[in-house]
Design a binder for this molecule. Structure first.
Ligand code: UFG
Length: 334
């Protein structure tokens, strides 16, 4: 049996592909390379350059490979863009997921793992958030993810052979410890990526968006999770579903919060570079604090984080950034 990874040429998807290959799985990747990079797909995975809504490409994949599980990463991820172009986000993230789920049912795929987001909770308050917290997405991005979760829920209720795991990611960062993969987005918006670019001289410092939040140092608090631990959480979810576990939604974070200022100071300390930092107004839509209660993933999926350490996340992000060369979005070794 094979596992189909959508968006497998992207940041998190490429780490998932490595995790699956490391565990001896047969891996098929579909990616339209809109934001992904073909060089990020290892030779041992079978690669289809196509959109997930491309009927002919999916026909070819399902006709050629026996797929028992789909891990669905493909989609748009920039929250402020989703506010400006909501229909793009509903089309790419929700409509195309609907199509993929339909094709999965037709192909009798039994297990479906979906990249969801802490954005489904909106601004949950100052306590770690559990899966039963109310849904209150504050952006079309969050809504597009939540709508897909609801489709999966309803389909799983209607079709006994189909089960899913919706994994709600907190702030994903870092790179493969062996430097086989990392974040190579052509346009970065995420804090640790931006700080790594600043520390390696690719940008002229960074801005801290808001210093008057109700948090200990006034800057926003987030739960940063190492991308390799996140990929392992998916593998735990895959094993859980293959063993017959019922459909689930699970938070993927560590349960420890760090402020923007703490992250910036840690990047400076690990890199040894004192890059320029400006205080700037709040970024629209930022919640003061979002930290996961990940008890459910640990207990039900059997997930045990192994890289739960901000300094390790930053070290790997910096090392990868150094390997990318001078261009953002470049290939390692450029
Ligand atoms: N930040 C800065 N300066 C920057 C970049 C970010 O101060 O240059 C701050 C942000 O304002 C925020 C924090 O760093 O307070 C983290 O911002 P990110 O953009 O790295 O991440 P977000 O918390 O906004 O978003 C992430 C994911 C989303 C997901 C969300 C859920 O990127 O996909 O977490 O919490 F929906």
């Amino acid at each position: 049996m094979s596992v189909l990874v959508t968006g497998g040429a992207g940041y998190i998807g490429s780490h998932m592909v490595l995790e699956l290959l490391d565990r001896g799985e047969d891996v098929i990747v579909i990616d339209n390379l809109l934001t992904g990079n073909e060089w990020a797909v290892p030779d041992r995975a079978r690669f289809y350059r196509a959109d997930i809504a491309d009927a002919a490409a999916l026909d070819a994949i399902f006709a050629t490979h026996e797929i028992d599980a789909i891990i669905h990463f493909a989609g748009l991820i920039i929250v402020p863009d989703s506010v400006e172009k909501p229909l793009d986000y509903y089309h790419e993230n929700t409509c195309k997921s609907r199509y993929l789920i339909q094709r999965a049912l037709e192909a009798k795929v039994e297990s479906f793992i979906f990249s969801s987001s802490a954005a489904v909770y909106g601004a949950p308050g100052l306590e770690p958030v559990t899966e039963s917290a109310p849904f209150a997405p504050e952006s079309p991005y969050g809504s597009s993810k939540l709508m897909t979760e609801w489709m999966l829920r309803d389909v799983a209720a209607a079709c006994s052979g189909f089960r899913f795991a919706a994994l709600r990611y907190f702030n994903v960062a870092g790179a493969d410890p062996g430097m086989r993969a990392g974040q190579s987005s052509r346009r970065s918006t995420h804090l640790i990526k931006i700080a790594a670019e600043a520390a390696t001289g690719k940008r002229d410092g960074l801005q801290i968006f808001g210093n008057d939040f109700e948090t200990p140092d006034g800057t926003c608090v987030r739960d940063y999770i190492h991308v390799t631990d996140l990929a392992r959480a998916h593998y735990c979810a895959l094993s859980y579903l293959r063993d017959g576990g019922p459909s689930v939604a699970a938070n993927c974070g560590y349960g420890s919060g760090y402020s923007v200022r703490q992250v910036v100071d840690a990047v400076k300390a690990v890199s040894g570079v004192d890059f320029r930092v400006n205080e700037a107004p709040r970024r629209p839509g930022d919640a003061a604090m979002i930290v996961a209660d990940s008890t459910f993933a640990r207990q039900t999926l059997g997930w045990t984080p192994e890289l739960d350490d901000l300094e390790t996340i930053i070290r790997h992000a910096l090392k990868w950034e150094g390997r990318l060369g001078n261009r953002t979005g470049g290939q390692p070794g450029d």
